[in-house]
Design a protein around this ligand. Structure first.
Ligand code: ATP
Length: 311
């Protein structure tokens, strides 16, 4: 017998999302910081929120933690509607703020104890929860160090670990590696990878395209408060930039001429410092310009769609 016998064949449960924003708007006076944003984080997915300065990323993060209330649209976090149900949502998510707000007068372990109380980790489980986080953040040997004795990378690991004390199902990371050197950034990437492998859903805002390419299953590129592209990094590159880019170097005057010539040919271009990258060449055949060929990347897509160079 068909084990679905008796089931309504059209009664397929809707896809569960860890987080969903639908047509969300947030205004500050005359400024529309978020302008009809749609954003989804599937359960167990890692989604990157990319956008130039002022695109509305931080405002979006603040709405997800109910520090700011949307003027329009719907926000659902782990099945809880915001802002009404924000307390229940907060209890099941971990938040890693952009700015380090660790208590510098306390030790590593004391910071975790405070958060274990704040997030109501049951008394019987508190010790294990703290040991678990010390392990994840690789700070076991520094448990008795005061926060202001830690390096920048250690502090950031503690900040992320602190957000995991109650084993959240969803983690929001606001610019998790901003201002850190490449070595420390890679350490944190390994930590974020570990979370992903444990099935934690993740939304991270970042300025670092490489970070999004490396960690995220999908990215949402935001410009002026709304999504201009959504998809897996490789799909977005194929769709908007094609397989290869041709890099052409020249004087500023020559670059302006090339831009105009390529526009006439219908090829999108982007400035990359002293050169111009010509994109969309998949069907160019003999019309492709001469220059240095390289694979197109997500940064090309970002600049094409937002008009902004990456810092
Ligand atoms: P960045 O990458 O620089 O952090 P962002 O993408 O996070 O930028 P937001 O900080 O969300 O962008 O800002 C979006 C817009 O909303 C900007 O024009 C900003 O000046 C404005 N804005 C944000 N917060 C406020 C506020 N509290 N009052 C007034 N305007 C605000």
């Amino acid at each position: 017998m068909n084990d679905r016998a008796g089931c309504d064949p059209f009664d397929v449960p809707s896809t569960v999302h860890a987080l969903e924003l639908s047509h969300v708007v947030k205004r500050y006076g005359d400024i529309t910081a978020v302008n009809g944003l749609d954003l989804v984080v599937p359960e167990g997915g890692c989604v990157g929120l990319l956008g130039p300065n002022g695109a509305g990323k931080s405002t979006t993060m603040r709405m997800l933690t109910a520090q700011t209330i949307a003027d329009e649209g719907q926000i659902t976090v782990l099945g809880h509607e915001l802002p009404g149900d924000s307390k229940a949502a907060r209890a099941r998510m971990g938040v890693v703020p952009q700015l380090d707000n660790l208590d510098t007068t306390l030790t590593v372990e004391q910071n975790l104890v405070v958060f274990s109380h704040l997030y109501r980790v049951p008394k019987a489980k508190r010790k294990d929860a703290i040991e678990r986080v010390l392990g994840i953040a690789n700070l076991g040997e520094r448990r008795d160090s005061k926060v202001d004795e830690l390096s920048g990378g250690m502090r950031r690991r503690l900040l992320i670990g602190r957000a995991l004390i109650h084993q959240p199902q969803l983690v929001l990371l606001d610019e998790p590696t901003v201002g850190l050197d490449p070595q420390v950034r890679q350490e944190l990437w390994a930590l974020i990878d570990l979370l992903r492998s444990e099935g934690v859903s993740i939304l991270m805002s970042t300025h670092y395209i490489e970070e999004a390419e490396r960690l995220c299953d999908s990215v949402t590129i935001v410009s002026h408060g709304s999504a201009v592209a959504v998809g897996a990094p490789t799909d977005l590159v194929a769709e908007h930039a094609g397989r290869d880019a041709v890099e052409i170097y020249g004087s500023p005057e020559r670059l302006i001429e090339i831009e105009a010539e390529m526009a006439k040919e219908g090829f999108p271009t982007r400035r990359t410092g002293t050169s111009i990258a010509v994109l969309g060449l998949d069907d160019a055949a003999g019309r492709a310009p001469a220059g240095e060929r390289r694979p197109a990347n997500l940064e090309d897509v970002f600049v094409l769609l937002t008009g902004e160079e990456i810092a």
